[in-house]
Design a binder for this molecule. Structure first.
Ligand code: GLN
Length: 206
């Protein structure tokens, strides 16, 4: 199982280390054609606008095709890229998740913070860095983890996103859930540790 980490920008190295710790073979993806040789992709945090610039039109189109067919996990800026709709300011999304995401949504005071959220009823440390908020959830989107009233890990089929940085905390469960999703080859509910959370919180925000 080969997992790519998009390595054109942002904190890709922490993802690489985490995935390797969990036994995955990791490839740093810098060229569009490398997407043809991987089974799943992590899009790290960073600056989503910068990702778009570096990708360019052709890179964006290739990535869009990839996320349509293969498992992808986006964190923070990666979550923004995977969204259908992006605000503050608006920018194109890959449309892999039927969500609306507002960039830099916590304002100055809570620009960056470490908080405790809930995944599958268990407390999980969550590192938020100039994080986005998921403001709308489409009907096919499951909530995997929450922080306060906000959905912070979501999943739709084979696509997962976290608005924070799980690669910066010791808890490996979110990356493990993604690897299970990749090894299943499809988005079976059983691949997630927290399908109950998804059932309980269908649409916590408007
Ligand atoms: N603020 C960044 C953006 O809007 C995301 C920050 C992050 O990935 N930590 O793209």
């Amino acid at each position: 199982m080969k997992i790519g980490v998009l390595a054109i920008q942002g904190d890709f190295d922490a993802h690489r280390k985490r995935l390797e710790e969990l036994g995955a073979e990791v490839v740093e993806v810098r060229k569009p054609e490398q997407l043809d040789k991987i089974d799943g992709l992590v899009i790290p945090g960073g600056e989503s606008g910068a990702f778009l610039k570096i990708l360019g039109g052709a890179g964006f189109a290739k990535l869009k095709e990839f996320v349509r067919v293969k498992p992808t996990f986006g964190t923070c800026a990666g979550a923004i890229l995977l969204a259908k709709e992006v605000t503050n300011p608006p920018q194109p999304g890959l449309n892999a998740l039927d969500i609306t995401v507002r960039r830099n949504a916590y304002g100055r005071q809570r620009d960056s913070s470490i908080r405790t959220g809930l995944m599958d009823g268990k407390p999980v440390e969550m590192v938020f860095i100039r994080a986005p908020k998921i403001e709308r959830l489409g009907p096919g989107v499951e909530v995997v983890a929450t922080e306060g009233n906000d959905p912070v890990v979501v999943r739709q089929g084979k696509t997962m996103a976290a608005t924070f940085h799980p690669e910066l905390s010791d808890d490996t469960s979110i990356h493990r859930a993604f690897l299970e999703l990749v090894s299943n080859g499809h988005g079976s509910r059983a691949s997630l540790p927290s399908s109950k959370a998804g059932r309980k919180k269908k649409s916590p925000s408007k």
